[in-house]
Design a protein around this ligand. Structure first.
Ligand code: IDP
Ligand code: MG
Length: 151
């Protein structure tokens, strides 16, 4: 089943939005596979955001993500990558759909609260970067058959 990396970034943690983020993903029907509350060192931040190296906002982005703890998670479900990005909303909060996290709680692109993998290859690389294999919990919920068409 599809898996995706989710981060509640430092602004989301500071603003008390860990629970809100988890609540929305749980309510959506996604299954939590791993979670870790941690400080992000520069090495991890630079690997995670390697694709943005050289862009004007890169240095600020690295400072932002390393400035305070983050909540890193892996969520699983059919079409999880697209579903989670939809729940988060567009990168720029003023362009995010009404009802998405970034719409409901954010204003600025540089303080947009969350991260979610943007494709299957990125999800795989990001999950391996943030979590060890043994930290990923394979389990089934009693409600799975009422949420997933094919369990
Ligand atoms: P995403 O988080 O929606 O996948 P990306 O384009 O991958 O968006 O950018 C990664 C992160 O970099 C964004 O979530 C945001 O925090 C930051 N970012 C992107 N573009 C800008 C910008 O123009 N100014 C400041 N920060 C930016
Ligand atoms: Mg991205």
């Amino acid at each position: 089943m599809e898996q995706t990396l989710v981060l509640v970034k430092p602004d989301g943690v500071q603003r008390g939005l860990i629970g809100e983020t988890i609540r929305r993903l749980e309510r959506r029907g996604l299954r939590l596979i791993a979670a870790k509350f941690q400080i992000v060192d520069r090495e991890l931040a630079e690997k995670h955001y390697a694709i943005h190296k050289g862009k004007p906002f890169y240095d600020g982005l690295i400072d932002y993500i390393t400035s305070a703890p983050v909540m890193a998670m892996v969520w699983e479900g059919p079409g999880a990558i697209a579903a989670v990005r939809q729940t988060m909303g567009a990168t720029r909060p003023t362009e995010a759909q009404t009802g998405s996290i970034r719409h409901d709680f954010a204003l600025e692109i540089g303080r947009n609260l969350t991260h979610a993998s943007d494709g299957q290859e990125t999800a795989k690389v990001e999950i391996e970067l943030w979590f060890q294999e043994r930290e990923l919990i394979q389990w089934s919920r009693d409600t799975d058959r009422w949420i997933f068409e094919n369990v």
